[in-house]
Design a protein. Sequence first.
Length: 171
Amino acid sequence: MRGFYIGRFQPYHNGHHHMVEEIAGQVDELVLGIGSAGDSHSPRNPFTAGERVMMVTKSVAEFDIPTYVVPIEDLDRNSVWVSHVQSMSPAFDVAFSNNPLVIQLFKEAGVEVRQSPMFRREVLEGTELRDRMIADKDWRSLVPDPVIDVIAEIGGVERIQHVSDTDSNEF
Ligand SMILES: Nc1ncnc2c1ncn2[C@@H]1O[C@H](COP(=O)(O)OP(=O)(O)OP(=O)(O)O)[C@@H](O)[C@H]1O
Ligand SMILES: NC(=O)c1ccc[n+]([C@@H]2O[C@H](COP(=O)(O)O)[C@@H](O)[C@H]2O)c1
């Protein structure tokens, strides 16, 4: 059985990693969708799809499960989003998500959806991690080690601080 799990992963954190570990116990192969793939260099979406591919690929290497990482751009039309996802991804039997819109769209399309409880959500939330990066507070303890390396390699903290500076995000 092949599972599908999509997130923006801005950045990929220990909550996502915990969910992947749980999913890995339920399926034989996993597709990880990098959502909003066209977005980057903004306060909410600082990292490119390629950078997020690196974070996710290096992190899930510790789990013993074949994993495909697929960037998926957003569409203006929710009604055809599941078809769009299916056109970009290896075929899957079950989708995993805690996002209400994603759950609704998959269910309406007849795809089985499984949810899992949120894991330490008071700190394991992308928004909280990005705020900590901007404020130079600890975020490294909340992500898998490979994510620390990728964010260092790409100058990610400097970037998010720069794009969050209201004087420097005009183009
Ligand atoms: N701590 C967590 N435990 C379990 N699942 C999580 C956790 N954080 C996020 N998820 C789930 O992972 C998927 C992808 O989430 P997403 O990439 O939006 O992360 P996020 O932490 O919610 O980020 P943001 O604050 O940027 O929206 C969603 O289904 C979301 O509900
Ligand atoms: N119409 C669309 O393009 C559409 C609909 C539902 C979810 N999505 C994307 O799926 C991803 C869901 O991940 P999150 O749970 O991290 O929000 C996001 O990137 C979101 O933009 C896109």
